[in-house]
Design a protein around this ligand. Structure first.
Ligand SMILES: [Zn+2]
Ligand SMILES: [Zn+2]
Length: 133
């Protein structure tokens, strides 16, 4: 399918279910202190490799901040009690960010990925918490 699949604006409910199988999520810096969810795997629609990050604590107006700086800043907010509530489980929208060009029937420019978007949910399982305390 790669290369000939066109960009889409429609949504297929089956992508979310398939993404659970094709995309893995890792937690940064660790499961006790989740700040960023890193997604990697293959797009449930076009099946190309893709990676994305979902920030559980978002900073606005600091786009120049490096990833490490943002993690430090988010950790400081949490330690200060400003971010007191649990950030997990998290539910968020993921968009395909593959690097393979998918031609847009509407000739738009600057598009990335194949246009697929789906909801993902991430929560800690008992396995992740094993060894806690
Ligand atoms: Zn693709
Ligand atoms: Zn895709």
């Amino acid at each position: 399918m790669t290369g000939t699949l066109t960009y889409t604006d429609s949504v297929d409910e089956s992508w979310a279910a398939r993404a659970v199988e094709t995309i893995s999520v890792s937690v940064t810096p660790d499961v006790d202190n989740p700040i960023v969810l890193d997604l990697s795997g293959t797009c449930p629609r076009c099946r190309d490799d893709m990676a994305d990050s979902h920030w559980l604590i978002a900073f606005s107006g600091v786009s120049g901040m490096t990833r490490d700086d943002a993690i430090v800043a988010a950790t400081a907010l949490r330690d200060a009690g400003i971010v007191a509530e649990s950030l997990l489980p998290a539910e968020f929208t993921v968009q395909c960010r593959c690097a393979v060009p998918h031609p847009d029937p509407l000739q738009r420019t600057g598009l990335r990925g194949c246009g697929a978007a789906w909801r993902m949910r991430f929560e800690l399982t008992d396995d992740d918490l094993a060894g806690d305390e």
